[in-house]
Design a protein around this ligand. Structure first.
Ligand code: GCO
Length: 488
């Protein structure tokens, strides 16, 4: 990059603000992505249609951002020529891992039959990453499933755990020995309770589609779907462990601590945390759902009757690590007119990010609480990132000058590494995301990449941003201070 940037941003480039003990070199430094958001090739390599092809081809983004957008091409990583250049950029960045997800409908186009060409694509991608000394961190489910299965009711269908178990088995049979890190599900709470029902409501033109998904009636019904998903999680974790692969398997959770600044520890704050964060953590680590929320769901939807055998299975299939997807805290206040009487407090930041207020401190406080409450789990930060809008994406002398994202990244890495030095078992930091990509209901409008993608250019030109260089320097500095296992 241009020398000018080193000069201008010297404050951001100061060595990381920790001088504690050395940490182990096998820490995962990386970036994260997902199949539908970056691959494109929606009907290539024998891929079948997915739920997301269905949502976007039914113009779901028209109802959210006013334009019709989709992941048909996205960042075109289905092309080996294209992704090899991205891998080169990863190499130069200095990362040692890359989180991506496998498109279920590329592997099983109709939800049943295995598509060899789909397997070949991922086999090659894994080989190319490893050739570059980049460890693949493989997510099995980042929200896209074969349309045939979605049409059968998605996770609400009691057969869904078996569908997923079969898919996971194909992945383990083919790639179980090729990666040391697997993730079963990405952000099941946010997806099952909110995003998928919202997408469905929007394309069905349901009046009040937004408010509906927040209601206790909708959430009670979706609790059944999430329960099935947690059973699927347990079955797949168990199978992975039984086969004794040389690796670990975790789950990536959307974790955002609810904070009621006006009334710390209020019932509003507690309820919000139980709804969004503790619902899954309690099920996994305590074999039960938070009582108050369970009662609300059951009174709204009496068919939701988790059995004690189910809960036992869920807690026996504990993940080897918690993947923390953290963007910012959720600020709340009591408000009688809102569902669950939880009102949202607007983001108070002067230059707000679209995914909540910037607070590395809240991440550390949350992880310390989880550490104490759930028997010291291993953590990997599986997503952390920010998008501050177009003002933070302007080209300046060949580099996209995303100062706010660069600052966000730097502050979060510092906080995470300090928390690690203080004793939390944190084994990786994966930034969301390497590239600008298809941001679900918000299309290409919201950008999160440390590398810009020009979606108007036929070659989808990549341009590293300031945050890319800041991350590069940060990783380099931490690597200088690490100690290999043998030395310990
Ligand atoms: C999520 C997903 C990602 C998003 C990212 C930025 O959290 O929504 O895991 O797919 O793109 O979080 O919003």
């Amino acid at each position: 990059m241009k020398a000018k940037y080193y000069f201008l941003t010297s404050a951001l480039l100061l060595p990381p603000a920790f001088s504690g003990e050395k940490h182990q070199c096998d820490f995962l430094w990386g970036t994260a992505s997902s199949s539908y958001q970056v691959e494109g090739g929606w009907n290539e390599s024998g891929k079948g249609p997915s739920n997301w092809d269905y949502f976007t081809h039914n113009e779901v983004t028209k109802y959210t951002i006013g334009t019709v957008e989709n992941g048909d091409v996205a960042a075109n990583q289905i092309s080996r020529d294209v992704y090899l250049k991205d891998i080169q950029l990863m190499k130069e960045l200095g990362v040692n891992s890359y989180r991506f997800s496998i498109s279920w409908s590329r592997i099983m186009p109709d939800g049943v039959t295995v598509n060899k060409k789909g397997l070949e694509y991922y086999n090659q991608l894994i080989a190319d990453l490893k050739e570059a000394n980049i460890e693949p961190v493989i997510t099995l489910y980042h929200w896209d499933m074969p349309l045939a299965l979605y049409k059968k009711g998605s996770w609400s269908n009691p057969e869904s755990p078996v569908w997923f178990e079969k898919f996971a088995q194909v992945i383990f049979d083919n790639f179980g020995n090729k990666s040391h890190n697997f993730i079963t599900f990405n952000e099941p709470e946010g997806y099952v309770f909110t995003l998928e029902p919202l997408a469905a409501n929007l394309i069905e033109k349901k009046p009040d589609g937004y408010r509906d998904v927040l209601s206790v009636a909708s959430r009670g019904k979706q609790a059944v779907a999430l329960h099935n998903l947690l059973i699927a999680n347990a079955m797949v974790v168990r199978n992975y462990h039984k086969a004794k692969y040389d690796g670990r398997i975790g789950i990536a959770l959307n974790l955002s601590p609810c904070i009621d600044n006006g009334h710390p520890n209020s019932t509003t704050e507690q309820l919000c945390n139980d709804l969004h964060n503790n619902w899954i953590l309690d099920a996994l680590y305590k074999g039960k759902y938070p009582d108050a929320v369970l009662k609300m769901y059951q009174s709204a939807y009496p068919k939701f009757k988790p059995t004690s055998q189910d809960m036992q299975l869920i807690t026996q299939g504990k993940p080897d690590f918690i993947g923390v997807n953290y963007y910012g805290p959720t600020l709340v206040k009591h408000d009688k007119s809102e569902p669950f009487e939880i009102g949202n407090v607007p983001n108070p930041d002067k230059k707000p990010s679209v995914n909540g207020p910037v607070s590395p401190e809240a991440l550390v406080t949350m992880m310390k609480k989880i550490d104490a409450e759930y028997a010291h789990p291993t953590f990997i930060i599986t997503e952390n990132g920010a998008g501050f809008g177009l003002a933070d994406e302007q080209l300046d002398d060949g580099v996209i000058s995303d100062k706010l994202r660069a600052d966000y990244l730097k502050r979060h890495v510092t906080a995470v590494m300090n928390a690690k030095m203080e004793g939390l078992d944190i084994q990786g930091y994966l930034f969301w995301s390497l590239l600008d990509n298809f941001e679900w209901l918000w299309g290409y409008k919201n950008r999160f990449g440390i590398i810009g993608v020009d979606f108007d250019d036929k070659n989808l030109k990549r341009t590293p941003k300031l945050s890319y260089y800041i991350y590069q320097k940060t990783i380099k500095d931490y690597k200088k201070q690490c100690i290999s296992k043998a030395q310990k």
